[in-house]
Design a protein around this ligand. Structure first.
Ligand SMILES: [Zn+2]
Length: 471
């Protein structure tokens, strides 16, 4: 009897408690929503846990490293412009169809990795997983085929792929790339590879290997495809799951599978270079001749197929020995059929994309990562409030003259200001205040060359001070 009552009591207690718990949870949620709205905070509720951390596969690029990124991007822009490329900026998202057609329905990117969602107008939208498809869409839409050829475009973008996160591989990542439209011959292929070599050299990279291949025309590739399928079919059961699944649709991808078994099987597979049509073969031979002429070192690797369906003739990869198992830093190739495939006039095209995250790892591995954070040319310390106002005004005047000037903004003591200036790596120090200030004068002391004499300046002639600080 007692046992029964006890059970009933426990059941009731449990019932009351869970009702109470639900009520409290609801109240908390309401409060949180109001809190989030009123403070504009982005609190995203996930399974009852508030996530205030960066989403998986994304990263913050903080000031302590952002100069290294800027350096790479500046160099890239500079080199692109030397070779006649102009920047294009296309939208971060496109209609899903742009990528489905432009990247290729059978590619891993389209099948597994895209961030696709329906917007409020029921359109299927996709965050760009790469740069080329959007640029080709823009090329067609803006009638760029009426421009003088070649049309040379470069881009610096973020792109998005739902991938396994690992070192140097993120779901939001940064790409640098170029596309050149309207040039058919191998000269532009060679120029592009020479330009990449120029870029890597300018960054200080030493060992980085270029591997090239030719996939032929779409027609010659179709013949090779059948031959390769004939070779692969008897081995189907020995291939990895991915390869078994994609073999019939895209047998070439089996060639660059990283799985050991697949690698073993493809060792004696027929080679694409033996199936090139005459035109592709001549193109590929000439390319090699031109690379030799330009002093660009390379290796022919008939296993390079690239992950995307649209390539034809030249394909290439820059491979590092340092970045983990997937050593490709930059990949690209010719895509002569893509523009027509996407609804434009038949126009040849070639391009490459390189991942900045991996490039950064490579620069670090080779000990040539440059991260020159900007430092103040001068820190203007102030003795009192009057001097602080003078310091602010002087800083402003100096900045107009191109001098990086900083002054005290948090009310530190003079001693603390000087310590701060040193810690920030300021090159020079001015202390404003007292008689000197009322006479309209200030003295500059170098914080870099300790035995350099102090130099006195007239505050009415800021340009003289600016000239001194520049040197
Ligand atoms: Zn495989």
């Amino acid at each position: 009897m007692i046992f029964c009552r006890l059970t009933l009591f426990v059941v009731c207690l449990y019932f009351v408690c869970s009702r109470l718990r639900d009520k409290i949870t609801e109240l908390l949620y309401n409060f949180k929503d109001r809190f989030a709205l009123s403070y504009g905070l982005k609190l995203y509720n996930h399974g009852g846990v508030m996530k205030n951390t960066a989403a998986k596969g994304t990263q913050d690029i903080l000031p302590e490293i952002s100069s290294a990124w800027e350096h790479i991007e500046d160099k890239f822009r500079e080199i692109c412009q030397l070779y006649g490329y102009e920047e294009i900026r296309t939208p971060t998202f496109e209609h899903t169809e742009v990528f489905a057609r432009g990247v290729g329905e059978t590619s891993d990117v389209v099948q597994k990795e895209m961030y696709t969602f329906e917007d409020k107008g029921n359109r299927s939208i996709t965050l760009r997983p790469e740069g080329t498809a959007g640029i080709v869409r823009s090329f067609i839409e803006n009638g760029m085929n009426s421009l003088a050829f070649p049309v040379k475009l470069f881009y610096e973008i973020t792109a998005f792929r739902y991938e396994n996160v690992q070192k140097g591989r993120y779901r939001e990542f940064h790409q640098l790339g170029v596309e050149a439209f309207g040039a058919e011959g191998p000269f532009i292929d060679a120029e592009m590879l020479a330009m990449l070599q120029h870029f890597f050299k300018a960054l200080g990279l030493k060992q980085i290997n270029l591997e090239i291949n030719s996939l032929g025309t779409l027609e010659s590739r179709a013949v090779y495809r059948e031959t390769l399928l004939g070779y692969l079919r008897p081995h189907k059961n020995e291939l990895c799951e991915d390869c078994q699944a994609r073999m019939e649709e895209n047998p070439l991808r089996v060639l660059d599978c990283k799985n050991d078994h697949c690698h073993e099987i493809t060792k004696s597979a027929p080679l694409i270079l033996d199936y090139l049509d005459e035109e592709s073969e001549a193109h590929f031979n000439k390319l090699q001749e031109l690379l030799d002429n330009l002093g660009v070192e390379y290796k022919v690797n008939p296993k390079i197929v690239r992950g995307l369906d649209y390539y034809s003739k030249t394909v290439f990869e820059f491979i590092s020995e340092n970045v983990g198992t997937q050593g490709t830093i930059c990949g690209g190739g010719r895509y002569d059929g893509l523009i027509k495939l996407m609804g434009g006039q038949d126009t040849p095209g070639i391009g490459f994309a390189l991942g900045e995250e991996r490039l950064l790892l490579e620069l670090e591995a080779q000990g040539v990562l440059r991260n020159d954070r900007p430092v103040a040319d001068v820190f203007i310390a102030s003795l009192d409030d009057e001097a602080l106002e003078a310091a602010q005004k002087l800083s402003q005047e100096l900045r107009y003259l191109g001098i990086r000037a900083q002054y005290e903004l948090t009310g530190r003591s003079l001693k603390a200001q000087m310590k701060y200036a040193g810690k920030q790596g300021a090159k020079n120090l001015i202390v404003l205040g007292g008689d000197e200030l009322s006479e309209g004068k200030a003295a500059v002391r170098s914080l870099v060359e300790k035995d350099k004499a102090e130099h006195e300046f007239d505050l009415d002639h800021v340009e003289v001070l600016a000239d001194y600080l520049k040197n």
